[in-house]
Ligand binder design. Sequence first.
Ligand code: BMA
Length: 760
Amino acid sequence: MTFIPKCFWLPIFLIFLSLSCTKKIEEIRKIQLNDHWKFQINGQWMTASVPGTIHTDLLKNKLIEDPFWETNEDSLQWIEKENWTYRRNFTLDKKSLNYQNITLVFEGLDTYAAVFLNGQKILRADNMFRSWKTDIKTFLKEGENQLEVKFRSPIIENKEKVINYAYQLPSGNETVDIKVSPFTRKAAHQFGWDWGPRFVGCGIWRPVYIEAWNDARINFVHTQIKLLDQKRAEVNIEAEVQVSKPQRYTLAINEQTQEYDLKEGRQVLKMTYAIANPILWWPNGLGDAHLYDLEIKLLQKGQLLDKNQQKVGLRTIELINEADSIGTSFYFKVNGVPVFMKGANYIPQDIFTGNFNKEKYKNLLQKVQSANMNMLRVWGGGIYENDLFYDLCDEYGILVWQDFMFAGSLYPETPSFLENIKKEVQQNIIRLRNHPCLALWCGNNEIEVAWNNWGWQKQYGYSSEDSIAIWHNYLNIFEKIIPEQVKELDNNRAYVPTSPLSNWGTPENFNHSSMHYWGVWHGREPIENYKTNIGRFMVEYGFQSFPNMETINSFAADSSLYLDSETMKRRQKSYIGNGLINNHVKKWYGQATSFDDFVEKNQRLQAEALKMAIKSHRRHKPHCMGTLFWQLNDCWPGISWSVLDYYGREKLAMNVVKKYYQPLIAVAEEIQDSLAVFIVSDLQKKSTVQLELSIKTREGAQIWHFSKVYNLQKNSVLPAAKWSLRKILNKYPRQAVKVEVQLQSNGQEIFKDDIHLVPQ
Ligand code: BMA
């Protein structure tokens, strides 16, 4: 062993001591608190799920019957009138407690909640759509801690407010006497809608966790495209950081770094990230939805403190909503080119919102993509969707029309309510604005058309003073508070205060802006009216159908399998009811011979209705520049306008959507005494197709044929040909023939359709 003289020991010891005392800066630590929750019922603590909902917790513990079975909805209404308490314990070690800052984060509390940590109140929540963060360092102890969330029933919370309010507020589709939904910032459809049940629940519906950090952290990142041309893109990156120790920090974006001397508190760090030869992000059908990965890191002396991952899609998007030669346009330009939007209205995938299932999201959005859709509208009576929804839309090239969560109601004008929605709007804009899929912010669903056309003033007995005050409050929310936040936080994205901007009342209205066309269904018009009522952008229209028998059998006993059974009547939530469907079925296909037969015919009818509408909308491009049918999906196994049921099963209409949303289709249409064919191309390049048109007897014998090659312009509708029916039918009556239309590309069939002529 080498001898070390005594005098050397001291400096070696001192060096060792100083090294061991230099505190290593720790990276931010996230402690998940989603497990081990319990909820209390009759003094007992039962297992709970987080994220979750009281109804599903009760069900999992076998404390209630299946809420979807038969008419069980009715007997489960007591749940909404109860307060519910959730609790869990967790242990913290000394190391975690040593962090300078410890924050508790609830990504979603539904809705009125008081949160206690070790018996001390640390938070009060009153909005399902907000996330909640609070510093908890001083409330924590080493070892075991207890977290408790006490939910108050929205009915109990708001009953007095409803009774004492100056006037009654219209309230979506609520059917009970005391209508609390306008006062409650909670998914409106859960109070009952015309396609869903009333289940007003509560719960910790999004993840909960602790964040422990030292010195500084990243609160959020904002990415904005500053420059985008063929050679180069520049993305502005703003990172809001929170600093508890003033010193020099480094911000890194992928390989690029920049130093900052930061003071205590919140501050925004700006950097520009350049991309050479950028690859654009395109909506589904027009190219790849290319995404760039950015990793934003906050470092101190080379040690990582916090990081944030972003996916950036390079694209521009504009809404062109302006006066034109027809009336008022409404269309989107993506990367400078007008794009016809093909899609649907999307509602929450589960009435029990905490019931979040990744696979279900993925399956649904894959179906959307493979059905050739390029846009979904997240409708305003549901929720601002989970991050995964927008991540998948980014990836699959599905643009999102995002409503703020206001639908078919009017809202109180108290300062605390307005402040609450302002915070909700701020948080959700910040959470969603980086997504390339996000196309538009829309203030609300159908409030303006309702105010102007649905007779609320008379129905609710408003005096003219009331009306002035109510309308003033409406304008304050949708033309001031919300757009001001959009302008401040997401200045480059379009905002419209409401949908639709034009009502379907008069023919002239079809020349203006966005349209919800409900003449067919609510107006009891014949389905054929889809052919002539075509707006500039069809945001809603649709026809109901029953789900597949397999789904019906999941909620109805054999003894309920008839149209007038209590179960089928209660499942039908639209005031028009099953009778309207039945009348149309009879008219189109004759009296159904059994319940199964009725369901099958109803689905054929829905498919026929959507086919007619979609073909007409597309062939009227560019008068019409978008078609979003009502509705894509369901929140329970029910009767609705959906094409995919609660279990993801496809109705017959789904095939129609897939087929008629293809980029190249031919629309053969009877116009008075003629047969006309239009070839529609949504492609952004020229193409060549061969049209094959035959008239055949119902038995299949060909009596007339036409074939021609057409060169199509990009993004076009070509009126290809027109014939006098009298000439081409010869002696055959209309009802004895069918018209077959086919498109071929390079000898391959790419589209085929049959149409039947209207008998004379
Ligand atoms: C639309 C929607 C929903 C409703 C649907 C069917 O206008 O906005 O409110 O469910 O009609 O009636």
